[in-house]
Ligand binder design. Structure first.
Ligand code: ADP
Ligand code: MG
Length: 366
């Protein structure tokens, strides 16, 4: 083939490829599953495949919810809560493994993360503004202790060694579901995607060669951003005292409970953990509420694969060693970008994942 013919051939090949490339695009969808907002966004060259991939992730979220929800009386998790104090309850190996894994996070967080918190946690009802009395807390608290979960590996059974125990996977189930969603997308050949469930997100790949920017909201104002973190191939979980709460006589009663006291844990207003998988970051994002930001930073800084951003009750923002706080703005420099506007909402509003094109030019003052 002469040079001209080769060039012509190459052009024809390019032209033939064009229609497919022209259809490559981001596909996104939000749905309400697991009592929260699920969001999936992915890049695919084929619109039908892209939508089918989103369907597959949503179906997986529903499957996990049916297995692990403590709100659904027919779920396997509810069967554990109903019977495990009387006898070992056999469960699906997947649920068994996640319950067992949750005790690993109890171990590395000095018991700040403890799925048996539910033994007292069930006495709170945030939408109804009800909370237990001190006497009720005192009576329920002895049942809170992850060490009283007994596992039988051979038979996949779980047993409670204390009467009155309950478990609830609300603090790790969404992160787990996000990871399952990402696995499904990987198996389908997707290379760029975001999956979010409530405060838990995981990003696969990047956004057209640049990281995604994930905004952490201000605890008291969802339109204000505390900071933005560039992320690719990483997970991020944010927990906040503004998600499910009520205020009474100047006290905030919210959904993250200190397993040692049975009260809402209030040593930070919000905690964001960044790490390899959403199961990991979800398992770690409650720690600072219970142990306080300094102790939580000590733990995070010992584990090189994690980073953290905490908002303290006095408004201070604390970063782990791997993250540099933004440089102070030089006098006269332009104000950094106001949030909202171009940034699409992802998950519940404590995190927003935005394409870098949407925010980078505004947030990088020269
Ligand atoms: P999201 O549901 O948005 O992912 P979080 O990751 O902050 O929110 O998890 C909060 C949930 O964790 C609570 O609603 C409750 O189900 C559960 N939880 C609360 N306190 C604890 C605790 N000390 N240890 C483990 N799980 C907890
Ligand atoms: Mg979470």
């Amino acid at each position: 083939m002469g040079i001209r013919a080769a060039v012509l051939f190459a052009c024809l090949v390019c032209l033939a490829a064009l229609p497919e490339a022209a259809h490559a695009q981001w596909h996104q969808r939000a749905d309400a599953i697991m009592g929260t907002r699920i969001y999936v966004e992915l890049w695919d060259t084929n619109a039908v495949d892209g939508e089918a991939s989103i369907d597959a992730v949503m179906a997986e979220m529903r499957r996990i919810d049916n297995l692990m929800s403590h709100y659904k009386p027919e779920s396997e998790l509810s069967q554990i809560n109903a019977h495990a104090a009387e006898r070992p309850v056999q469960v699906d190996p997947e649920l068994f493994d996640l319950i067992k894994l949750s005790t690993h996070y109890s171990q590395i967080t000095d018991g700040a993360f403890d799925i048996t918190y539910a033994s007292v946690g069930y006495l709170y009802n945030y939408p109804n503004h009800t909370k237990p009395s001190e006497a009720q807390i005192k009576a329920a608290l002895p049942a809170v202790n992850w060490r009283n979960l007994q596992f039988d590996e051979a038979h996949h059974t779980v047993r409670f060694e204390h009467a009155g125990m309950r478990i609830d996977l609300g603090g790790i189930g969404k992160g787990y579901a996000v990871d399952r969603g990402i696995d499904i997308l990987k198996k389908r050949g997707i290379q760029h995607a975001v999956v979010t469930a409530g405060g838990d997100s995981r990003i696969m790949g990047d956004h057209m060669g640049r990281p995604w920017l994930v905004a952490i909201r201000h605890p008291d104002d969802e339109t204000k951003v505390v900071t933005r973190i560039p992320l690719s191939d990483a997970a991020m979980s944010t927990s906040g005292d503004y998600e499910r709460f009520f205020d009474e006589n100047g006290v905030r009663y919210h959904h993250i409970i200190d397993p040692h006291t049975g009260h809402s844990a209030s040593k930070v207003r919000s905690a964001t953990i960044i790490g390899p998988t959403a199961t990991q970051t979800d398992g770690m994002s409650k720690t600072a509420f219970v142990l306080g930001p300094e102790k939580a930073l000590e733990i995070i800084n010992r584990m090189p694969e994690y980073d953290a951003v905490f908002v303290a009750p006095d408004g201070r923002v604390l970063y782990s060693n791997g993250l540099r706080p933004p440089e102070p703005r030089p006098a006269g420099a332009a104000e950094s970008a106001a949030p909202g506007g171009a940034t699409p909402d992802v998950g519940n509003p404590n995190q927003r994942v935005a394409s870098p094109d949407a925010v980078a030019p505004k947030s990088a003052p020269k």
